[in-house]
Design a protein around this ligand. Sequence first.
Ligand code: CA
Length: 379
Amino acid sequence: MNTQQQLARWQHGVRAISLALGLLLGLAACAPAEESAAANTAGAADTQVYEWKMITTWPKNLPGLGAAPERLAERLRIMSNGRLDIKVYGAGELVGALEVFDAVSQGTAQMGHGAAYYWRGKNPAAAMFATVPFGMNAQEMNGWLRYGGGLELWQELYGKFNLVPFAAGNSGVQMAGWFNKEINSIDDLQGLKMRIPGIGGEVLSRAGGVPVVLPGGEIFTALQTGVIDATEWVGPYNDLAFSLHTAAKYYYYPGWHEPGPTLEAFVNKDAWEALPPDLQAMIEVATQAINEDMLSEFTARNNAALDTLINEHGVQLRRLPDDVIAALRASSKEVVAEIAEADPLAKRIYESYMAYLEDVRRYHSISEQAYMNLRESAD
Ligand code: CA
């Protein structure tokens, strides 16, 4: 595409977005005749329907995590007046849960929804775009990604795999997980086979445990049949949906390993570049909306789900002992620092994340955290 074509395409997109905004604000009637004519021409050229497939790492119709791709597709269909028509496939329907990244990279589907820590094998720094043990919470991740340089680094990394990434969900601080026995000391982690993905899994391994990576849909059976001794999944709302309480009794907090994981949507780069700019803008806006929507839903529903688990199902809620947390924290520091050794881009991602974390921790210690402490001490 030459410069003139690019300019024309850009102008075309700006016109389409301006028209949409004008209609929303009820100002369309005031548009001069000349602009209306231009908009009509743009409208005629914009009738192409893009039929896409979105494949996900979640079981089809799973509440919470699985609702995000469904709602994303639905909103895009409405916003685009049917021009962007995306069919959502659950894990295993088109490809397996952990094959989503490669399949979208290769163009088997145009879009995927998952979590970046599943792709650590591609580059260990990918996990930092999902979550880092003892790292940032949801609010801080959004700040880093959108205004701290994080998204640009994520685009650079995924660009190497022919993908364009977007933040598209966050669970908030997760639970530490489900165990069949009490965890009273670090000795209780020795040889423990636990489903735990991402950097957290590597940390568990340094602490003597045996991490297992399984997609969500395989967790329950693995725990119930004893293939694994313990598992983490998300938090009360999503864990209740999997009936994990029927396979383990002790429910531990806090989720040291996933303090605010970002879920992701990613688009095949060729498919992205073939879209007109207004549809690209809709994907940007709709993923932002879904990013917020998931966090709001978990925030609203986790409380009642935890009450149900404890009061109706007799789940035993436990806090991880301080010395276990201290040991995991020490291992985390080591494991996270090793990410920087992978390659120069991983080093830049690591340095950007850690610098932002240091800054945001300093301010949040006198704002968010100070307020939370104050609120608790008021009881
Ligand atoms: Ca998890």
